[in-house]
Design a protein around this ligand. Structure first.
Ligand code: GAL
Length: 662
């Protein structure tokens, strides 16, 4: 297993490198990521390459058995690039070109930038293809910014649309340009929807798709070179978990595996739901395990910094990711920098370079993970539950949220967190994935629902699957036009309902919700309510206000061999989602191995006849978890009784019984 840190030898005198490498080795590290911001050090002038410094650093690291992942350095351009080719700097929304001096400033359509990017990538690839210390590549750094509004991007957008739509008639139809008389008569008339909230929603969605595609193409240029020159080295990129601007399914298609940058200590949530949610998205985008390429090593921040990572916390943060499919672990950064924007983004070593508490804790985690590596090998998370996670719906809902405050990721989060609390893993899948591998599929707020996806969901339920959908699912078609049908459109049969009307609930109002059966209890509808007419479904809850009494708020429909669940409200209480998810899980016959107490997370990795149950305490108090007796905690070798006691930020990995092969 590769474990290490992000390392910037160029920030320190060469005389220090040996000390760093030895300290890394002593910590059990065997990998660093480096060079992703060192373009000017490697190409100080256009076409002049200097790799001696990096060769030397690699040699020193290599002597200590430390391998390297090299970043292509295009995330931060040298001053000479901007001076020689001013057009490579992106143009902002206001039409002004940005000023060189931060990172991620390039226009992705710029031919000059693409050429320069290819040249430095090729120079590095040729130079390091056979270097035994270099095991892989990271493309650029955290793709995602900036959007550029220059004329070259506008022309590129037009030509991308032309390729996609083929004819102006088709584009006009897809965008619904008969509205406000916005029919375009030539490709050249098409503008960039600068304010995506006010422009045509179809154009705005396409602009987002185009931006995502530009990033994918920019990366592809580099990947082609790296594949050709360095066939033995892997290619990855450091993604950003729940980042919204890029379709990560597309971006990761070119990679061997994805990595991601996890900074969970920053906002200091009581329970780390989002770091798990993000990890599952990261495993989902390629349907395989991932690496952590950066993660919290100390207080984080630029101008101001946040809380420190507490004693023991490095371990719980790591086990959360390992339990969800992480196979390589890299802390950001090795040593805290004394210069530049990130002087307060603390590394494992402080400014003084002394190996202190954070270094020792990382070393202890590294030791433990190395010991676990053999058992992790060949295992991944293989849940019975999937959540559809769709970038088109995410973008379309940002363009036109519908009800105030509607947020696609948070809408999924309500269900995700309920599954987390229930101790049940889920895969994040795209709408065109194969649903048949799952017993339960959730499609919350699946705003953009193409007819073929709806038909496949219908067939899934008919053949025995359980579907849980909720409000705003199926409102739009693939072009971001409203379906001209009664909601939930093509899902009506599977869900056994019709929704003739709906409403937003203003912030200062809420509706009491009375549940029965599996949903017995009292809840509160906020933000939104569908007026649901059951057409065969059982009503399990209704809003207790005069105008909604005859409508349902939550329904279950027996359909074919399966069942379709639907919630037409956004509920204030997490207990609502807990009850709904528990009922759907039961319907689908999915049981958790362990039901964790609040603040404790469980996850299962399996494969090669092994099954490992990860139990992680995210709190700073001791927790007691009911677990099956007689299992071995592979971290300590101890057998479990019926109860497992976990100290603050404690973690255990239990060897669980194998289950049927799916
Ligand atoms: C990441 C980025 C790193 C570093 C870190 C801390 O997003 O990839 O280069 O900037 O944040 O700010």
């Amino acid at each position: 297993m590769y474990i290490g840190a992000d390392y910037y030898p160029e920030h320190w005198p060469a005389s220090r490198w040996e000390t760093d490498a030895k300290l890394m080795k002593k910590a059990g590290f065997n990998v660093v990521r480096m060079a992703e911001f060192a373009w000017v050090k490697m190409e100080p002038e256009e076409g002049v390459f200097e790799f001696e410094w990096l060769d030397r650093a690699l040699e020193i690291l290599g002597r200590q058995g430390i391998k390297a992942i090299l970043g292509t350095p295009t995330g931060s351009m040298p001053a000479w690039v901007a001076r020689t080719y001013p057009e490579v700097i992106h143009v902002k929304k206001d039409g002004m070109r940005d000023t060189w001096g931060v990172r991620k400033q390039n226009c992705l359509s710029s031919a000059a930038y693409r050429r320069l990017s290819e040249r430095i990538t090729r120079a590095m690839a040729v130079h390091y293809a056979d270097n035994p210390t270099v095991i892989g590549w990271q493309t650029d750094n955290e793709f995602g910014h900036p959007f550029c509004y220059c004329e070259t991007c506008r022309a590129a957008f037009q030509s991308w649309l032309r390729t996609g739509y083929g004819s102006l008639d088709e584009l006009n139809r897809a965008w619904g340009t008969h509205f406000w008389g916005h029919t375009v008569g030539t490709w050249g008339e098409i503008t960039i929807p600068v304010d995506t909230g006010s422009h045509n929603p179809g154009a705005s969605l396409d602009w987002h798709r185009f931006f995502s595609w530009q990033n994918v193409r920019f990366q592809h240029d580099q990947v082609e070179i790296l594949r050709a020159c360095c066939p033995a080295q892997f290619i990855t990129h450091n993604l950003m978990g729940l980042f919204k601007e890029i379709d990560y399914y597309d971006l990761s298609a070119d990679l061997d595996f994805v990595s991601w940058d996890n900074y969970p200590v920053w906002g200091r949530p009581a329970v780390r739901y989002d770091a798990s949610y993000a990890a599952d998205v990261m495993r989902g985008v390629k349907g395989r395990n991932f690496w952590i390429m950066e993660t919290t090593a100390g207080p984080c921040g630029w101008g101001v910094f946040g809380p420190n990572i507490k004693p023991g916390e490095m371990r719980s943060v790591a086990y959360q990711q390992i339990g969800r499919g992480c196979d390589g672990y890299v802390w950001f950064r090795w040593r805290t920098c004394t210069a530049g924007r990130e002087q307060y983004w603390h590394g494992l070593l402080s400014h003084d370079g002394k190996p202190g508490r954070r270094y020792r804790e990382a070393a202890a985690v590294a030791r433990e993970l190395h010991a676990l590596a053999g058992r992790l090998d060949g295992t991944t998370v293989r849940p019975d539950v999937a959540i559809i996670y769709d970038y088109d719906s995410l973008w379309a809902m940002r363009i036109q949220p519908g009800y105030p405050g509607a947020d696609y990721q948070r809408a999924i989060g309500n269900y995700y967190n309920a599954l987390f609390r229930a101790g049940v893993n889920a895969d994040m899948i795209r709408p065109d994935a194969d649903f048949s591998a799952y017993r339960l599929v959730l499609a919350p707020h699946l705003y953009l629902l193409a007819d073929d996806v709806a038909a496949r969901l219908d067939a899934y339920v008919k053949s025995g699957g359980v579907l849980l959908a909720d409000c705003r699912t199926g409102v739009k078609d693939r072009d971001n036009l409203c379906h001209a049908r009664t909601l939930p459109g093509r899902l009506s049969a599977a869900l056994g309902i019709e929704i003739p009307e709906y409403e937003a609930i203003p912030d200062e109002c809420s509706y009491p919700v009375k549940g029965s059966g599996a949903l017995a209890g009292e809840y509160t509808a906020v933000k939104y309510a569908d007026w649901i007419v059951p057409r065969g479904a059982d009503a399990l809850a209704a809003c207790d206000v005069w105008h909604l009494k005859k409508y349902a708020a939550v329904t279950r429909n027996a359909y074919g061999k399966g069942a379709g669940w639907y919630s037409g409200v956004v509920a204030k209480e997490s207990a609502f989602y807990d009850a709904l998810v528990a009922a759907a899980l039961k319907d689908a016959g999915v049981k958790a191995l362990v039901t964790p107490p609040e603040g404790v997370e469980v996850s299962v990795r399996e494969g090669k006849g092994r099954r490992l149950l990860f139990i992680v305490n995210h709190t700073d108090r001791e927790q007691t978890v009911r677990v099956p007796a007689g299992r071995t905690d592979v971290l300590t070798g101890r057998k479990t009784g019926g109860e497992l006691r976990l100290g603050r930020y404690g973690a255990a990995v239990l060897a669980a019984e194998r289950r049927r092969v799916r």
